[in-house]
Design a protein around this ligand. Structure first.
Ligand SMILES: [Zn+2]
Length: 275
């Protein structure tokens, strides 16, 4: 799950579950709560607790509980949270169902095996390690000085740098391609070759793409299906300029988009207006 999609879910959860008290929890895949010795211990840590807030640490979500502990949620690559009615039967792939005392339920649906959840006390070391090493473009740590300093000091190509979560959190191939197109830069460039004006363009490109993707409810496109808490697909997929659009005309200069993944690792890009 990429950064804009996790932020969309965080906002939905804030609106939908904060203030609710957990009635019961049912976990169907033990691996989901592997940090607890048994599923029953995980369930016991949640049952009867009121949800007080939702924060995001990179691509992890933390739901604060009324006993100062937190439910940490790592949505798998294909995982999704869904608000459902209390009587809704779980769909195939549902790994957790939480019901609330006031009615309604939250389902975690994931056909994969890479999602994880755990409850940790306020003083837990597990909570101390939540914050990512990379810069989060949706927070105020994403400053122009921090960005330009770290980008200039890196020896890799621009695209390799953008997809590295230790540099910027949760962009992935999809948003990296869109950011490079927005900035008019080739992903094969060396960061040290960028003029300060080009670094500025890239910085603005990151902001523009990430904020717009959140505003549009994330991306739902071929091979990348994202739905919000209510099951609505993300609308940013219709706004993708280059990613997944090989052979189609560039929206800026009409040259055909090229897929450079196999030969030079540049990703989807416009060979004419990204230099
Ligand atoms: Zn172009």
């Amino acid at each position: 799950m990429l950064l804009p999609e996790v932020e969309v879910i965080r906002k939905d959860l804030e609106r939908e579950v904060v203030g609710k008290r957990v009635k019961d929890v049912h976990v169907t895949r033990a691996g989901l709560v592997t940090r607890h010795r048994t599923r029953a211990r995980f369930v016991a840590a949640l049952r009867g607790r009121r949800l007080e807030g939702v924060t995001r640490h990179g691509v992890l979500l933390a739901l604060r509980l009324d006993d100062e502990s937190q439910l940490v949620v790592h949505l798998g690559a294909l995982g999704s949270l869904r608000r459902e009615t209390a009587t809704m039967r779980p769909r195939p792939g549902t790994q957790l169902v939480a019901t609330f005392t006031t009615g309604g339920a939250l389902h975690y649906v994931d056909p994969g095996q890479d999602g994880e959840m755990f409850v940790a006390g306020a003083a837990s070391e597990a909570l101390a390690g939540l914050d990512p090493s990379g810069i989060d473009p949706l927070t105020d740590t994403f400053t122009w000085p921090a960005f330009s300093h770290r980008i200039k000091a890196d020896g890799r190509t621009l695209r390799a740098l953008l997809v590295d979560p230790a540099f910027l959190v949760g962009l992935g191939d999809l948003y990296a391609d869109e950011i490079l197109w927005t900035a008019g830069l080739s992903g094969g460039r060396s960061p040290s070759s960028l003029s300060s004006q080009e670094v500025r363009r890239l910085y603005r490109g990151v902001q523009e793409v990430v904020h717009e993707a959140v505003k549009q409810g994330g991306t739902s496109a071929d091979g990348f299906e994202h739905q919000d808490l209510y099951g609505a697909p993300g609308a940013y997929g219709a706004q993708l300029k280059v990613h997944g659009r090989a052979g189609q005309p560039c929206p800026r200069c009409r040259q055909p988009i090229r897929d450079g993944r196999a030969d030079d690792g540049t990703g989807f890009h416009c060979p004419q207006c990204q230099t």
